[in-house]
Design a binder for this molecule. Structure first.
Ligand code: ADP
Ligand code: MG
Length: 729
């Protein structure tokens, strides 16, 4: 085993940066060349077909067979002209990654001749053999199989791989009875709903607004590890994280030189990634700020949520492929290294009208600020009312390691808004019972004439917040680096849409009672402030005081996934999703079950790998080293130096102690797993894994193994060490 570590280290020594060549100096020459986007559609489709497709994209209108056939024909022609031979429906099953099934374009005609064919029906619908994707009981309950259906709002794209080129059509994945089996379908519904709700609120102010789009910019964090070193660690290979490993003494890897410049191999990787992303129309704007050693970030320019999320999923795929060409293994796990910063995927989110106005952008104009404050307060109210659901939306086995560990947002959901906006809330709250007379400046009276257009944010503090207002957008920071953002975005947009609908109703009612529009709006907003203030937190989210304070405020603090997910069982959750037509009860239940099962599976794997490493790699190594020491003591005694063996004897005893503990804990954990695996109830089982496996054994076992790492001869240690993994060249 140790040989693999040293072979890998030798390989790393010899690695050279790969030369990258861009297709052209100018990005605009090749941006989006591998996507079937609007420009090319306009060029290739008749104006009538193009208009009908546009209506489908922007107004959600049905696509008929003629449109589908016409699009399919030009899509095929375009794809074949680019050397594409296969097509696939690309979808996002509930496992959290993406899936595809490739079909060749050619079909046999009646004479048995091969002809290139791609009909509208093949574009619109495909039936993958999907029996191996999780359905949380849905498919058993309703139908045996599901199908994928075209999402025309996200452009089709070409993936190049060693074996050829494939046209990918973004799709939703549904069962025959219409239940969604993926992450995209509920998201599309939530986005449609927030469009309607936000548009209707906008129309209180401006009747010309016809559409509001939610926008998303994902900041993607990740670690890059040399492939040979990563492959010498079964824990990284099988779980995406290090299960053992002593944190090196400070200074060693936090070396200034290291931080100062990005290793050239990484720069080359980022360059190639950018090129490949641009070809796919993904507007990455790379910034590689490293928080922990070997940790990096890429962020695109924001786009409409559904497209932005498809692009993020695609980008993650691309990152895996490109990184391996550069002999890296990319880690999207939220906490691959103990004692180092974890990785998140900040979801920057805002609402933008069809006039291009960002509704979360404060303005110098008082009237526009009323719109801003309306959306701002409604969003916070939604975050308060659905904070547990938001917490559940970002819960995962791997994100559990990151949240609340004092370098990432805590488990408690709260929002940061900055002192200036906080003061405005307070002023609104205290400014009750307004009388507006003729000639009054109503906005001044309402106290909303003076929101500064540029808000100073208190960046140090807001780093600790899971949901922060950052000037003209909210940033949902609790989302994990490995997540599909669709889940968080579905909940956020549903909750806000729901709140905007309630708000609209309340305002309409007051207006019907002859209240002045602006006064009605402010009155309703004011009534929300006590709730809003409960979820707004401006202090240090890492401090232990916040846990106490949050408890006083009645905010939940779920520290593990199975318990955070329990909100999905509550009738109020089912009612929200049903009322908003996002998911049926069966769809919610299915997701709850799948996520619990996923949690259990991940825990099982982690626990198995841990026990295997401990018993088959670590313990034998420590034992061999111990034998060497014993031989040494015997030899010393033989030559009459028995008095000088004191320290070595202490080491032998210590080794024995840790070895015993490692074996005991690993064996006990395995026994415990056997018991838990017989539990039928999925939730009970997940909780048992959390409480009786993870909490009881993981830390302890790791502690003893890491102790052994400090004692055993470095030459014998089988696993690449933290300083080796994290020190990229
Ligand atoms: P930081 O969060 O470090 O201040 P930026 O301000 O550059 O970084 O933004 C980070 C991400 O937020 C980028 O992906 C950016 O495109 C996105 N973003 C900026 N404005 C908006 C917006 N109105 N809606 C959604 N995302 C946005
Ligand atoms: Mg940010």
């Amino acid at each position: 085993m140790a040989r693999q570590r040293f072979d890998a280290l030798k390989l790393v020594e010899l690695r050279q940066p790969i030369t990258i060549k861009a297709p052209s100096q100018k990005v605009s020459d090749y941006f989006g060349i591998n996507t079937f986007g609007l420009a090319i559609m306009k060029e290739q489709l008749s104006s009538d077909i193009y208009r009908r497709l546009q209506n489908a994209i922007h107004r959600g209108e049905q696509i008929d067979e003629n449109v589908a056939d016409a699009v399919a024909t030009s899509l095929k022609a375009w794809a074949i002209s680019k050397g594409v031979t296969h097509y696939t429906h690309w979808f996002q099953p509930l496992t959290g990654s993406t899936a595809e099934k490739h079909d060749a374009f050619f079909e046999l005609n009646s004479e048995g001749m091969a002809i290139e064919r791609f009909k509208g029906s093949a574009l619109v619908r495909q039936e993958p053999d999907a029996s191996s994707f999780p359905s949380g009981g849905l498919r058993q309950t309703f139908e045996a199989r599901g199908y994928t259906a075209w999402d025309p709002t996200s452009p089709a794209f070409i993936i190049e791989s060693g074996t050829g080129k494939t046209l990918c059509v973004p799709t939703v994945f549904v069962s025959y009875t219409g239940e969604s089996l993926d992450n995209k379908a509920p998201l599309l519904k939530a986005l449609e709903r927030i469009d309607k709700a936000a548009t209707s609120v906008c129309q209180i102010f401006d009747r010309s607004i016809e559409k509001v789009q939610a926008s998303l910019g994902c900041e993607q964090e990740f670690f890059l590890i040399d492939r040979a070193l990563a492959d010498a660690r079964p824990d990284i290979l099988l779980t995406g994280k290090t299960l053992f490993g002593r944190i090196p003494p400070k200074g060693q890897q936090l070396d200034d030189h290291y931080f100062g410049s990005i290793p050239s191999r990484v720069t080359r990787f980022l360059q190639e990634l950018e090129i490949e992303a641009y070809k796919l129309g993904i507007p990455v704007k790379t910034r590689h700020n490293e928080v922990a050693p070997s940790q990096f970030e890429v962020a695109p320019i924001f786009e409409e949520v559904n497209v932005a999320n498809d692009h993020n999923q695609l980008l993650m795929d691309l990152m895996k492929k490109v990184s391996s060409r550069h002999n890296f293994r990319i880690l999207f796990h939220e906490k691959p290294f103990e004692g180092m910063n974890g990785s998140g995927k900040h979801n920057n989110w805002s609402l933008i009208t069809d006039k291009g106005k960002n509704l979360l952008q404060p303005s110098t104009k008082a009237k526009e600020n009323l719109i801003f404050i309306t959306f701002f307060i409604n969003i916070l109210k939604a975050v308060y009312d659905y904070s547990d659901l938001l917490r559940a939306s970002i819960a995962s086995e791997s994100n559990d390691y990151r949240l609340g560990s004092n370098e990432a947002p805590p488990n408690i959901m709260s929002a940061f808004i900055g002192t200036q906006l906080f003061d405005i809330l307070t002023e609104l709250e205290n400014n009750g019972d307004i009388q507006v007379k003729k000639g009054d400046n109503i906005y001044m009276k309402l106290g909303i004439n003076k929101i500064p257009p540029i808000l100073l944010d208190n960046t140090d503090r807001n780093r600790t917040s899971p949901f922060a207002f950052t000037g003209n957008k909210f940033e949902f920071r609790a989302v994990g680096s490995n997540a599909n953002s669709a889940r968080a975005m579905t909940v956020l947009n549903t909750a806000v849409a729901n709140q905007l609908e309630l708000f609209k109703k309340e305002v309409d009612k007051l207006i019907e009672q002859d209240e002045k529009k602006e006064v009605a709006i402010i009155d309703i907003l004011r009534s929300y402030i006590p709730s809003v203030k409960k979820v707004v937190f401006e202090g240090n989210g890492y401090g232990p005081e916040w846990i106490k304070e949050a408890k006083r405020r009645g905010l939940s603090n779920f520290t593990d996934t199975p318990r955070a997910l329990a909100i999905l069982k509550k009738p109020s959750t089912g009612r929200l999703f049903k009322r908003m037509r996002i998911m049926t009860q069966a769809e919610v239940d299915a997701r709850h079950e799948i996520r619990l099962e996923n949690y259990t599976m991940k825990m099982q794997i982690e626990s198995r790998v841990m026990a295997d490493l401990a018993l088959n790699h670590i313990a034998p190594t420590a034992l061999r080293y111990q034998s060497i020491l014993i031989e040494n003591v015997k030899g010393m005694k033989d030559i009459g130096l028995g008095d000088e063996t004191e320290e070595t004897m202490i080491t032998i005893k210590k080794l024995a102690k840790h070895l015993n503990q490692v074996k005991r804990l690993a064996n006990e954990m395995t026994q415990e797993r056997k018991r838990i695996n017989t539990i039928e109830d999925v939730e009970e089982k997940a909780i048992a894994y959390c409480d009786d496996i993870k909490k009881k054994y993981f830390e302890d076992l790791r502690w003893h193994v890491d102790k052994l790492e400090t004692m055993v001869d470095d030459e014998m240690w089988p696993l690449p060490k933290y300083r080796e993994l994290l020190f990229l060249r």
